[in-house]
Write a new protein. Sequence first.
Length: 171
Amino acid sequence: MSGLSRDQIAAALEKLNERLAAHGERAELFLVGGAVMCLVHEARPSTKDVDAWFRNPAAVRRAAKEVAEELGLPEQWLNDAAKAFVPENAGYETWRALTNLTISTVDARTLLAMKCAAARTEEDSSDIRFLAEVLDLSSSQAVLRVVRDYFPDDRLTVRVRLLLEEMFDDG
């Protein structure tokens, strides 16, 4: 899989902290998605980008653009496109507290719910399996109970339910 490796993401976040410091700014990042799978769970070697939402967005965007130029990363290496999909009751854990940047990550239960609600790719399926194992969930019903803590039933398509049944209940 191509994309940003765990080491590249960690280095870019360190640089982001440095750029924020150079501008006299502080910010908070709340990471979701593949970056959490790479950095926290070490479940895969890379992700296509770093999905997050952030406090002090203007400063983060400016610093992220500088980091992209400095490290030769895609312009949208850090983006907040996924923030619309983060449930209101998402749980977070602090991952790193740097001098000018605090980085939190969505917790495993929330990430599992988000991955199930999206279930777009084979990669999402792998992440769902991994997170279910981390949370000691072994049936589609157990996984759905977690998902329902974050999303109403109307967010879960028939395709998602069938995928979970296939993944956990069909042997």
